[in-house]
Design a protein around this ligand. Structure first.
Ligand SMILES: [Zn+2]
Ligand SMILES: [Zn+2]
Length: 375
């Protein structure tokens, strides 16, 4: 058996390429997973464009489905060969942050705090767009996949579904409340699904891409607003008797959408922010009602860990949530550069790509979910 593997490595601006790297070694509390299916995240595109810093030479990717290849001696209750899902965020379960219920900000066994400590894969350690990867704190992060779930059904759960759904959870959306979701990219679509799962009544999806607005209806939107056709804040006010929504979810990360969320939220409402913002984010006093509107702004980073992954898999398994329409394109790991080019430039109506690592042939490319469903 060879001791090297293929891996997608960040080398510089718009330069993520396949390289031959050693298969990682397993420490006592770790596991090595052989990847079968992974995907590219919007965050990986920020890395690809040098908008988010990672070290050149870093293997990228943080959304893995695979099979246990090797287990550290301290990891119990698992067997080599079991199918597992590992979340994008890998909390240790024991540090200050994990014990304070801020698992996403986990600082690890050694309590070494880095910015967003819990996001390690493809960030502070090597990631999963590779044939194998090392799972830190494996006991807390290997989520066994039930036999009746396919790899494809689990792929979106590692990051975008966990993140998207968390926006509604963080805002504590109540049965019958109204929710607006600004931007219907992969995470926004999952936020729309999250609002439905939490029992919202009126769910308003805002975007400009027709295909995404159609998908948002499948995810649970009751109203869709094309912001190029009408002012979304005015439309939301019209749909809520002039009050604004109880909860507005920001799923893009721009000043414009952040401000629109504040403006579209009723007095006493909540802006639940998922976006990653670049540069300066301003808080206009009018949008905040001069500080007396009792509006709250909450942010959430993707919840990880095996119990979070288990819960999400149970949602899919019981028919409460189906993320599979989000996968619009298929590639093999060998086609990684083409995959970044297509996803990074948002061509062919791409929502999410599947990257097949186990050597399986890719499916025919389809121009979006609608045509994919027809094939
Ligand atoms: Zn991600
Ligand atoms: Zn921790």
């Amino acid at each position: 058996m060879t001791d090297t593997m293929k891996a997608a490595v960040f080398r510089g601006r718009e330069d993520i390429r396949l390289e031959e790297r050693p298969i990682p070694r397993c420490g006592p509390t770790e596991a090595i997973v052989k990847v079968t299916l992974t995907t590219i995240c919007g965050t990986d595109v920020h890395i690809w464009r040098e908008e988010y810093p990672v070290k050149p030479g870093r293997i990228v990717g943080h959304e893995p489905v695979g099979v246990i290849h090797e287990l550290g001696e301290a990891v119990t209750g698992y067997e080599v060969g079991e199918r597992v899902l590992v979340g994008a965020i890998t909390p240790c379960g024991t540090c200050f942050f994990c014990q304070s219920h801020n698992e996403s900000q986990c600082s690890g066994y050694d309590d070494r705090w880095e910015m967003v400590g819990g996001w390690r894969l493809g960030n502070s350690i090597d990631g999963v767009q590779a044939e194998y990867f090392r799972v830190p704190y494996a006991q807390a992060n290997l989520a066994k996949i039930p036999d009746d779930l396919s790899d494809e059904q689990c792929l979106m759960l590692a990051d975008i579904a966990s993140t998207g759904i968390s926006a509604a959870e963080t805002a504590d959306v109540q049965i019958g409340q109204s929710v607006a979701v600004f931007a219907q990219g992969p995470i926004g679509l999952c936020a729309t699904a999250g609002a439905r799962l939490r029992g919202a009544s009126l769910i308003i999806a805002v975007d400009s891409i027709h295909q995404r607005l159609e998908l948002s209806k499948a995810m649970g939107a009751s109203e869709v607003i094309d912001f190029t056709e009408e002012d979304p804040v005015a439309a939301i006010k019209r749909l809520t008797e002039g009050r604004g929504v109880d909860v507005a979810i920001e799923a893009l990360g721009t000043q414009q959408t952040f401000q629109a969320c504040l403006d579209a939220t009723r007095p006493g409402g909540i802006v639940s922010s998922l976006g990653v913002y670049g540069g300066k984010l301003e808080l206009p006093v009018e949008s905040l009602v001069y500080g007396i509107g009792d509006k709250r702004i909450l942010t959430t980073l993707c919840p990880g860990g095996k119990e979070r992954m288990r819960k999400l898999m149970e949602l899919v398994r019981n028919g409460r949530f189906d993320p599979s329409p989000l996968i619009t394109h298929d590639f093999t790991l060998d086609q990684i550069e083409d995959a970044y080019d297509l996803f990074g430039n948002q061509r062919e109506g791409v929502v999410k790509v599947a990257l097949r690592v186990d050597g399986a042939a890719p499916r025919a490319h389809a121009a979006g979910a609608a045509s994919r469903a027809a094939t």
